[in-house]
Design a protein around this ligand. Structure first.
Ligand code: PPS
Length: 466
């Protein structure tokens, strides 16, 4: 918890590089630190490099060594060698959104000083601020003549998802509820470390550096922070329970949106109507979310036939834009340079997954129909798409004998004759999906029956009404 000079510092912020890169460096060299677009943000004079004990770091920072913890996972995947040295800032990262809310700690301190604020109360909500918390903060600010700062924690890069914008719009609505106060809203660019205790301590430290004297947290967080109050140099106050309030419903934005979509009543007085409307809008119900239908199976199993029939059926239903990413079409337009090695097949499927996830993110339907013979990359695509909307894996399980009997393109015959090498099902593997949402065997069902089953599954999952 301390730097070598004794300063309190809860989370190491390090520059991790590969062994190969570290091996190519000499101490005393200067490195350029650039953002994703190549803009020079800072330079680092390399004074030291060492091999960290990452398991110990994981244990101390994340209280876990389990790689399924996102912070531990990121730590273990980062480079093996840490570099340190004198850091020289060149310029701050550019952001195109909400520039007026992006003040540096020094600018915030100057602002509070210029306005004669001897007390500044900070809130750093993870989600929207609802009534009880806001009233408690305003009450405190009024009785103690304190200024208010709402610090909104955002990621490092350009924002990608609408929850970022929706969260800030929620805060703007909340601020409008107390015209007598002039709270500051500020965005803090910070890579989340998914560490409960240490991250909270770091947040408190950052808030102190922004000129805040008090930090309002939940009673549980208060329990963690109190022990460190002296080191942190900021007073911790907890959200008091306001007697005349309905019992406080503690829900994340996503939980609250499910609550709203399920038609469950949100207690009167829980939040502000504009905030609730914004959350409902940012997290649409499944009926308004995008989804991908991922058909996987052997060549000739009937994927393309199902995909094409499903395309027109969904178009007939209307409502969402639909894109078909058929195996052959993708091979022609997106992946023409790739062959059928495992490595290239995985790249092909990742490309399909990326395009599908972009479509789903924007509320559309992506129908994908590649062979996709490998489990691990199918899993990758599932997680890529699921974070944006629905993912429905359909294993077109028509047996090999039937596919070979059909042999529409004559490729099985070529593979059997040894003219075509590495053909899926003949001399290349197909790993059977373990838990697809649906299995369809086109040797005993018509395309119409297959489509009906897909539509029923979509309806059961809530993505369409059927
Ligand atoms: S993969 O494995 O998912 O990347 O394959 P995909 O992009 O779906 O491409 C499959 C189509 O390519 C033709 N083809 C082959 N398939 C499998 N193995 C080998 N070696 C091969 N060579 C060419 C074949 O026509 C597949 O088309 P479909 O529509 O599946 O029959």
């Amino acid at each position: 918890m301390r730097l070598a000079d004794g300063q309190f510092w809860p989370v190491p912020i390090v520059l991790a590089v590969s062994k190969k890169f570290a091996g190519s460096l000499d101490l005393g060299e200067t490195l350029a630190l650039r953002d994703g677009e190549g803009v020079l943000l800072a330079t680092l004079l390399v004074e030291e490099q060492w091999l960290p004990d990452k398991n110990q770091e994981a244990r101390l920072v994340y209280e876990s060594e389990d790689a399924s913890h996102p912070g531990v996972d990121a730590l273990l995947r980062s480079g093996d060698v840490y570099l340190s040295g004198r850091l020289q800032a060149v310029e701050l990262p550019t952001h195109h959104d909400y520039r007026h809310y992006r003040q540096t700690p020094a600018q915030l301190r100057d602002h509070f000083n210029a306005n004669g604020c001897s007390q500044v109360l900070a809130l750093q909500p993870h989600h929207a601020i609802h009534k009880a918390q806001w009233e408690a903060a305003c009450h405190y600010a009024k009785t103690h003549k304190a200024a208010l700062l709402i610090q909104c924690h955002v990621g490092l890069g350009q924002p990608e998802d609408r929850s970022h914008f929706s969260r800030i719009r929620c805060h703007e609505y909340t601020l409008q509820q107390s015209p007598e106060q002039t709270p500051q809203l500020n965005l803090l660019n910070h890579a989340s470390r998914s560490s409960e205790t240490r991250e909270l301590l770091l947040t408190a430290l950052i808030l102190r550096n922004c000129g805040c004297t008090h930090f309002m947290v939940s009673p549980e967080q208060g329990g963690i922070l109190r022990d460190y109050e002296a080191d942190l140099g900021i007073c911790i106050i907890t959200t008091p329970t306001i007697a005349n309030h309905a019992p406080l419903l503690v829900l994340s934005d996503a939980e609250l949106s499910h609550h709203l979509h399920a038609g469950l009543p949100v207690p009167d007085g829980f939040s502000f109507p504009e905030v609730l409307a914004e959350i409902q809008n940012a997290y649409p119900s499944r009926l308004h979310q995008g989804f991908a239908i991922f058909l996987t199976g052997l060549s000739g199993s009937g994927k393309s036939t199902i995909a094409n029939a499903l395309l027109v059926k969904l178009m007939e239903m209307g409502g969402r834009t639909i894109t078909l990413l058929d195996g052959d079409v993708v091979r022609k337009h997106l992946s023409s340079e790739l062959n059928f090695s495992k490595e290239h097949r995985d790249i092909n499927i990742r490309r399909i997954g990326f395009v599908a996830s972009e479509i789903v993110k924007n509320g559309g339907i992506a129908i994908c129909a590649p062979i996709a013979p490998y489990t691990s990359v199918r899993r990758e695509v599932r997680s890529m798409v699921s974070s944006k909307g629905g993912f429905i894996e359909v294993h077109v399980s028509t047996p090999l004998e039937e596919c070979e009997k059909r042999d529409r393109k004559g490729l099985y015959a070529k593979a059997r004759a040894g003219i075509l090498k590495g053909f899926t099902g003949i001399d290349d593997p197909y790993e059977i999906p373990e838990n697809p949402e649906l299995r369809l065997d086109t040797s005993n069902q018509t395309p119409d029956q297959c489509i009906e089953q897909i539509l029923l599954t979509l309806a059961e999952l809530g993505y369409i009404t059927h």
